[in-house]
Design a binder for this molecule. Structure first.
Ligand SMILES: Cc1cc2nc3c(=O)[nH]c(=O)nc-3n(C[C@H](O)[C@H](O)[C@H](O)COP(=O)(O)O)c2cc1C
Length: 335
């Protein structure tokens, strides 16, 4: 699989997720074999103004490569400048966000609002294309609402502007994350395109990835929410695509992954902020595990690393003594 000049070792990618795909989380997912990951969406304005916090979104590490940096904004010149800055700071690929439905973003004409203004969308892609030789992708939705589904039009514009691949999350903006994504639209976009098409939406189990590739003919799949609490899912998908059968993540390895993730978050953000931010991951990691309700209640209050470790140790000790067969792996459960 190639995106422009970037050759990837496989075609299963980690989706950009604001508030989630930070360097600690990406490092964990990379450890399970993820080839291409994306930053959270980064404000083009923030980058251009050199806001320290914004630049932090670009932090990476040698193991966190290749890295796609996703930028959002509405002004072509600002986005072009942001792409240059991201390239200068080591991005391997630039992705332009045209799918974010969050009010704060769309009210500035950014994110999915760009799909409602095809001329501006073209101006943005043209400007960013001219600003960098890096591989360039655009991430879009199906359209604004059912009567305004113009993903195919934006896909044509992207190709004409020299974009190297289009990522499609086929829900309309007014759908948010509800309902099902329309994989038929991914197939239609693939059928009309000469550049690679990457499908995003509802890949929750390894079998979903196989189905999306088969049913839509897309070149790659992207995993978002399926990786929450199961950062090993991309590894499981790769095993499945190679004809193997992924096995449930052993409890000991699951516990070790949580500990490693927490240690990374704590180092990166500092113990207090890192631990507080990590609570959501703890809840995802333990969702569906037996007897997790009590643990989750305790975990939701914890503010220091040592307490998390103690609570984890006690909880996993109960699990392993009760359940020597490693229990249920949400990443492998049937839908
Ligand atoms: C919490 C959350 C944050 C997200 N943030 C972004 C983002 O910053 N940029 C983006 O293009 N998509 C974002 N998305 C959308 C995902 O990249 C993906 O397209 C969508 O969740 C559908 O895929 P999934 O069913 O595999 O989750 C976000 C999704 C979630 C759930």
């Amino acid at each position: 699989m190639k995106i422009g000049a970037l050759a990837l070792k496989d075609n299963v990618l980690l989706a950009p997720m604001a508030g989630i795909t930070d360097l600690p989380f990406r490092s964990i997912v990379r450890g399970f074999g993820c080839s291409l990951a994306f930053t959270e969406m980064v404000s083009a304005n923030g980058l251009v103004r050199e806001a320290g916090k914004t630049c932090r979104y670009l932090d990476s590490s040698p193991a966190d490569r290749p890295l796609g940096v996703q930028i959002f904004g509405s002004d072509p010149r600002t986005l072009a400048e942001a792409a240059r800055i991201a390239a200068g700071k080591g991005a391997d690929l630039i992705d332009v966000n045209m799918g974010c439905p969050v009010r704060k973003v769309i009210k500035t004409g950014s994110g999915a609002a760009l799909m409602r203004d095809p001329n501006r969308a073209a101006a943005v892609l043209d400007a960013v294309r001219k600003a960098t030789d890096l591989p360039l992708t655009v991430k879009i939705r199906a359209g604004w609402r059912p009567r305004e589904r113009n993903a195919l039009e934006i896909g044509r514009i992207a190709e004409a502007c020299g974009v190297d691949a289009v990522i499609l999350h086929p829900r309309t903006v007014d759908q948010g994350f509800g309902g099902l994504s329309d994989w038929g639209l991914i197939a239609a976009l693939k059928a009309q395109s000469r550049i690679p098409i990457i499908g995003s939406g509802d890949v929750r189990r390894p079998g979903d990835a196989v189905r999306m590739l088969d049913e839509t003919g897309c070149d790659a799949v992207m995993v978002g929410r399926g990786s929450l609490g199961s950062p090993w899912i991309i590894g499981d998908i790769l095993i499945r695509l190679a004809g193997g059968v992924p096995v449930p993540m052993p409890l000991a390895r699951r516990e070790e992954t949580i500990r490693r993730h927490l240690a990374l978050a704590s180092d990166y953000y500092g113990e207090k902020v890192g631990t507080r931010d990590f609570r959501k991951h703890l809840l995802w990691y333990t969702k569906g595990l037996r007897g997790s309700a009590q643990f989750r209640q305790v975990a939701g209050q914890i503010t220091d690393q040592a307490s998390v470790w103690r609570a984890l140790e006690a909880y996993f000790h109960t699990l392993s003594s009760d359940e020597p067969d490693d229990g249920d792996d949400p990443a492998l459960r049937d839908p």
